[in-house]
Design a protein around this ligand. Structure first.
Ligand code: HEC
Length: 120
C-alpha cells in the first residue's frame, strides 16, 4: 500500500467516525428534547396532530383528569390542531389514561431542575 493510499484510508476513517459521532449526538439530543409518547392505539395520530406546534414534553408533563384533558384537546382543536372528530374521544382516553392527575410527575429534565422549595 502506498503512503497516499493509507492517508486516504485515514481520512475516510476519520470521516466515518465524525459522521458516527455526530449522528449519535443528534440522536441523544433528540431523545433529551422530546420524550417518546407512550405506545397506544392513537400514538401515531397524536404525534401527527399534536407535535406540529410544540414538543411532546409539554404533553407528557401534564397530569390532568379526563375532564381537563377534554378541555385541553378542545382548546388545541380551537387553536388549529387537526383532529378527526372520530378520533377526539380516543385522544382524550389515551391522554387521560397515560397522563392522569394521580400519576407521579415526570422526572425533571437535566437542564431544568428547580430546587425544591419549602412552603412558608
Ligand atoms: C396549532 C398549533 C397546536 C397544535 C396542533 C397543538 N397545540 Fe398544544 N399548544 C399550542 C400552543 C400555542 C400552546 C401554548 C404553548 C406554550 O405555552 O408554550 C400549547 C400548549 C399545550 C399544552 C400545555 C397546556 C396549555 O394549555 O398551555 C398541552 C397539554 C397541549 N398543548 C396539548 C396538545 C395536544 C394533546 C394536542 C393534539 C390534540 C396539541 N396540543 C396540538 C398549540 C398547538
Amino acid at each position: 500500500m502506498s503512503q497516499r493510499d493509507s492517508f486516504q484510508n485515514f481520512l475516510a476513517r476519520q470521516c466515518v467516525w465524525t459522521i458516527a459521532v455526530f449522528t449519535l449526538l443528534s440522536v441523544l439530543q433528540l431523545w433529551s428534547q422530546s420524550p417518546e409518547l407512550p405506545p397506544g392505539p392513537v400514538q401515531g395520530k397524536i404525534r401527527t396532530a399534536c407535535l406540529e406546534c410544540h414538543d411532546s414534553r409539554i404533553i407528557v408533563q401534564q397530569r390532568l383528569n379526563k375532564a381537563a384533558w377534554t378541555k385541553e384537546v378542545d382548546k388545541m382543536i380551537k387553536w388549529g390542531a387537526v383532529v378527526d372528530a372520530a378520533d377526539r374521544d380516543a385522544f382524550i382516553d389515551y391522554l387521560s389514561s397515560n397522563f392522569p392527575s394521580d400519576k407521579p410527575a415526570e422526572p425533571m429534565s437535566r437542564t431544568s431542575s428547580p430546587k425544591k422549595r419549602d412552603h412558608p
